[in-house]
Design a protein around this ligand. Structure first.
Ligand code: TYD
Length: 136
């Protein structure tokens, strides 16, 4: 999979004067089965999260409130995505180095993930990431 596979995906939005509604179905709106959900909140200004890659995990990142940036790198090029709406999100395929920054106050970052938490799936050292991703 490549950086081009990582893309913003717009979700269904049921507009209603009583309040809008959006939903996500795994293997339908996003290209994997959802096995875990987690969220970042109360993020102090200037914080940087992420700074790691996953060997096998697929993720879908949504700004449920406020805004933040996600920078993805495949080891050769990178791309900065700005997330600021709860009706779309960023699909992140495996073996992408990701950094989250530029959090607004009150930002809530929700992540849908394809597998339960598994520390062995993380690559936390950038040189190790480059060795694995650029290996022939
Ligand atoms: P980490 O994924 O490194 O955070 P981020 O990428 O947002 O900066 O996780 C931070 C800590 O939380 C780490 O000790 C692992 C733990 N954690 C879990 O126990 N379960 C989870 O599902 C997640 C995402 C993290």
């Amino acid at each position: 999979m490549t950086l081009d596979d990582c893309r913003l995906i717009e979700l269904p939005k049921i507009s209603d004067p009583r309040g809008n509604l959006t939903f996500v179905e795994g293997n339908h709106h996003i290209p994997f089965d959802i096995k875990r959900t987690y969220y970042l909140y109360d993020v102090p200004g200037g914080s940087v999260r992420g700074s790691h890659a996953h060997r096998n995990l697929h993720q879908f990142i949504i700004a449920m409130s406020g805004s933040f940036d996600v920078v993805l790198s495949d080891g050769i090029s990178d791309h900065r995505f700005h997330l600021n709406r709860s009706y779309y999100g960023l699909y992140v395929c495996p073996m992408m180095w990701r950094t989250l920054d530029n959090f607004s106050s009150g930002a809530v970052c929700m992540v849908l993930a394809s597998a339960p938490y598994e520390e062995e799936d993380y690559i936390r050292d950038h040189d190790q990431f480059l060795r694995e991703v650029l290996a022939p």
